[in-house]
Design a protein around this ligand. Structure first.
Ligand code: ARG
Length: 457
């Protein structure tokens, strides 16, 4: 086993089981690049304070480049005693450039270092998620524009409610994803502040220029309290909440499609590429992609709840409990990365059955329109609601559809009914009446398409 970074005051050896329990290299190695970039900036800051000479700074910088190249080429050899990514990179740097490597960590702690690495890593990862989300929205909006003439039943309580446009349904999710995108961008901006230069907890004794470090590393500012800088993991919690909420939207969308793809509904059919069969029942085509999207949401919520639990009782500044921050962050990222890509592809390849959707509409879904017909004749809505309800019951009693009630039948319920009432039994007309901003009429759906396209561009 190599010499430990912190070994000076120890005479006894670490239990090998404890070594294994303590190490984080098998997951925090993912931050190798952030760790090296942070160190390279720190070398410059040390040089500005004459802690290292210009020649030493250049040796360290080049050595770090070489360590980075090894990671990128997948040739970096992790050795026993490489407790975490910070330890491993510094150990390797020493092997490459010799004892000058020992100057790199001057005034720095793994506490401000790891907090910096994580923010750098998450900034890049979350920015990638923004791109993928925008793609998802783009695909959804394009589909909504193309299929704007397709009608289907709208549901509340999963009971037939009123006819709507299929595109209106799709866009309702596109809008949620737009908010998810904005939320993610806002949280990236919020956490894009620098912990480096906070030391272990009390601050940096060599007056390193933290604002210089922030600029070098692309942060918009520095964290102004060193105690907070080393312990603040709100950005991880916020990211996990963001992931939970976004996964929630995806999960609900998946649930809708699972229902719509059942034989009983038959509104949509999932592409073979995102379905699987049964090992026993030859006829089965199961929506596994959608079920996984729904299931993954539970996993992400668990990461959020678990991590909040880790932090709730921590005393001030750094405690090793915080090493438990990385796996939930990585796992939530990986899960959301996969979920967003799969959702995009599922939408892009979905087949819809417009005829099935259309034929699932029934005249009782226009009962509200019948009431509104009377409203337009001056009858107060409360009365018309009741009258239309009586018409529903009359049709039910006779075992006919509402559209089959004659004008004479309707007139027994209210004298304001006249021949033009037959116009009510038109789904398209009902839909296009709903033309206030946000409604399901064709112009207002196309307006949503335009707004989202504008936002995307
Ligand atoms: N691997 C550690 C972590 O992830 C790095 C920080 C260690 N700091 C310490 N004081 N032991 O949290």
């Amino acid at each position: 086993h190599g010499k430990k970074l912190w070994g000076g005051r120890f005479s006894g050896a670490t239990d090998p089981l404890m070594e294994k329990f303590n190490e984080s290299i098998h997951f925090d190695r993912r931050m190798y690049k952030a760790d090296i970039r942070g160190s390279q900036a720190y070398v410059q800051a040390l040089c500005k304070k004459d802690i290292v000479t210009a020649a030493e700074a250049s040796t360290l910088h080049q050595g770090l480049d070489q360590v980075l190249a090894e990671w990128e080429a997948n040739t970096f050899a992790i050795k026993a005693g490489d407790e975490d990514i910070h330890t491993a990179n510094e150990r390797r740097l020493g092997e490459l450039v010799g004892s000058v490597a020992g100057k790199l960590h001057t005034g720095r702690s793994r506490n401000d270092q790891v907090a910096t690495d994580m923010r750098l890593w998450l900034r890049e990862a979350a920015t990638e998620l923004v791109t993928i989300l925008r793609d998802l929205i783009q695909v959804t909006v394009a589909r909504a524009e193309q299929e704007v003439d397709v009608l289907l039943p709208g549901y509340t309580h999963l009971q037939r409610a009123q006819p709507i446009r299929w595109s209106h349904f799709l866009l309702s999710y596109a809008w949620s994803w737009q908010q998810d995108t904005q939320r993610l961008e806002q949280l990236i901006d919020r956490f894009n502040v620098l912990p480096l230069g906070a030391g272990a907890l009390a601050g940096n004794p060599f007056q390193v220029d933290r604002e210089f470090l922030a600029r070098e590393l692309g942060f918009r500012g520095v964290i102004e309290n060193s105690l907070l800088a080393v312990s603040d993991r709100d950005f991880v919690s916020e990211f996990l909440f963001w992931a939970s909420l976004t996964a929630n939207h995806i999960s609900r969308f998946a649930e809708d499609l699972i229902i719509y793809s059942s034989s009983e509904f038959g509104y949509v059919s999932l592409a073979d590429a995102y379905s699987t069969g049964s090992s026993l029942m030859p006829q089965k085509k199961n929506p596994d992609s959608l079920e996984l999207l729904r299931g993954k949401a539970g996993r992400v919520f668990g990461q959020m709840a678990g991590f909040l639990m880790v932090t709730k009782g921590l005393p001030s500044t750094y405690n090793k409990d915080l090493q438990e921050d990385k796996e939930p962050m990585f796992d939530a990222f990986d899960t959301m990365h996969g979920s967003l890509l799969i959702t995009t592809r599922v939408i892009a390849t979905l087949t819809i059955n417009a005829t099935r959707m259309q034929s699932a509409l029934s005249p009782d879904m226009l009962a509200t329109d019948l009431a509104e017909y009377l409203v337009r004749k001056g009858v107060p809505f409360r009365e018309t609601h009741h009258i239309s309800g009586a018409a529903v019951r009359m049709a039910e009693d006779r075992g006919v559809s509402m559209a089959q009630l004659s004008v004479a039948d309707l007139q027994t319920l209210h004298p304001a009914f006249s021949n033009d009432v037959t116009k009510v039994w038109d789904y398209e007309r009902s839909i296009d009446h709903r033309a206030s901003i946000g409604g399901t009429s064709k112009p207002t759906v196309l307006k949503q398409v335009a707004s989202l396209k504008q936002w995307l561009s």
